[in-house]
Design a protein around this ligand. Structure first.
Ligand code: HEM
Length: 426
């Protein structure tokens, strides 16, 4: 994988900066952390706000102030590592991805300034209010048709497969402009992507995911080529027009690469946010009853879920020069793990931080969409989509609840969090 490629292999630092507290046992992949990240993140922050994790080889930053400072100083804290695999790739995966035509480039979340800013300027328009308005009827009618099918299949059922996975996938595919006929293929290719960059897949899993990524990249290239002469009112067509008008700002390969990155960015975290919203609201039944009675409470309830039980609980950076973090001198090349799970429960910022309160006035002060030049481009879409889903579910299935009280299982990875399956009844 070449220097400007979308995914790169960079070895994490195994050396703690001098004077920095070291954690020998914690890892975001530990079973207890996957089950209860908020409790453990709070304990870790209380012990040392910043520490070096031996198992990860990352400096772990747990406070909102420092995380925001890191996000805002993109020259010292680069985002180039955010799509990199955490652990070394297997030979098999490397071989698959060495195919001559596998050449997506770093474009958005992992592209440094000033190029990122130029590309983002042309991409931002695609996420306008106008496009949200175009997508709204699709999201609503698809939510209804998925619920119709749930009613046919009958209560209880598994909600991730029945609703939470298909809806955001299909929404982002319509947003990009992929044809509906390809939905099943696309969902298959994207299903395991989070394991590649954020998990610890086995050698066989890595190879399988690499094959899916290659197939998906080839699909994106063919799709982009077919769109060149067949523009419609979708994001891909807008990108191509922006490229035609400003070919030096955004190259054709960058257009292909944005499309490649977006299907994952726009899918997985929303699936998990929908599930986390339900799990949290079911656990706090009076909050669920309140939004059933008064849907105008839904937008703030979504913000509170993003704070209290987000679908993204960390993000990464890497230092470009010697600097200090939380008063500790840190060399260039130090990978940083920003622990949103700790910051979103900070007591100085949020009153009774471990309480879920849909009326919290500063719920949206969370850091779940990042900050600064890379602030999540899809935040408006993610919020709006989750709001639409809750509106439709509370209207159609107000008795919706968990069908069992078995512990939920969370896919082992360092960043994305949502239950792998969720049995519901109504
Ligand atoms: C609950 C759902 C989502 C969460 C929690 C989330 C979170 C994030 C975070 C933390 C970042 C990095 C921000 C930073 O580095 O400052 C990011 C970037 C990004 N997100 Fe999202 N995201 C979500 C949904 C979406 C959706 C639906 C889309 C698109 C359809 C999307 C597209 C992007 C893009 C393109 C970037 C890179 C922006 C840039 O580098 O300029 N995200 N997101």
């Amino acid at each position: 994988m070449a220097g400007d490629s979308y995914h790169q292999e960079r070895s994490a630092s195994s050396v703690a900066p001098s004077g920095c507290p070291v954690q020998h046992t914690w890892s975001p992949l530990n079973d207890d952390y996957l089950a209860e990240p908020y409790r453990i993140a709070t304990e870790l922050r209380n012990e040392s706000p910043t520490f070096f994790s031996d198992s990860l080889g990352y400096l772990v930053v747990n406070t909102m102030d420092e995380i925001e400072r890191i996000f805002l100083d993109h020259e010292t804290f680069a985002s180039v590592n955010v799509q990199d695999p955490v652990f070394p790739l297997s030979e098999g995966a490397r071989e698959v991805l060495s195919a001559e035509d596998f050449n997506p480039v770093a474009v958005m979340s992992n592209r440094p300034e000033p190029d990122h800013g130029v590309i983002r300027k042309h991409t931002r328009n695609g996420f306008s209010n106008r496009r949200m308005k175009i997508l709204e009827p699709y999201m609503r009618s698809r939510s209804h048709s998925l619920i119709d099918q749930m009613e046919i299949d009958g209560s209880p059922l598994e909600f991730v497969e029945a609703f939470a996975f298909p809806l955001p996938g299909e929404t982002v595919f319509r947003f990009i402009g992929f044809p509906e006929a390809d939905d099943e293929l696309l969902k298959d290719w994207c299903l395991e992507r989070k394991a590649f960059s954020w998990g610890k897949p086995t050698e066989a899993e890595q190879k399988r995911i690499a094959e899916q990524m290659l197939a998906y990249w080839r699909y994106c290239r063919e799709f982009t080529a077919s769109k060149r002469d067949n523009r419609t009112d979708d994001f891909a067509s807008e990108l191509l027009t922006a490229h035609d008008e400003n070919p030096d700002d955004m190259t054709y390969q960058e257009v292909e690469s944005i499309i490649y990155g977006l299907s994952f960015a726009g899918h997985e975290a929303v699936t998990s946010l929908i599930c986390n919203s339900l799990v949290t609201l079911f656990e706090h039944r009076s909050a669920w009853d309140a939004i059933c009675a008064d849907p105008s409470l839904i937008p703030n309830a979504v913000e509170e879920v993003l704070r209290y039980n987000s679908s993204q609980i960390s993000w990464r950076r890497i230092t470009t020069k010697t600097t200090t973090v939380d008063g500790i001198e840190v060399p260039a090349g130090m990978p940083i793990f920003m622990n949103f799970a700790a910051a979103n429960r900070e007591p100085d910022l949020f009153e009774n931080p471990h309480e879920f309160n849909i009326h919290r006035t500063n719920a949206s002060r969370h850091i779940s969409f990042g900050k600064g030049v890379h602030f999540c481009l899809g935040a408006r879409l993610a919020r709006f989509e989750t709001q639409v889903v809750l509106e439709v579910l509370t209207e159609r299935l107000p008795t919706l609840r968990r069908a069992d009280d078995a512990p939920l299982s969370y896919f082992p990875n360092i960043t994305f969090r949502g239950p792998e399956t969720l049995q519901v009844a109504w």
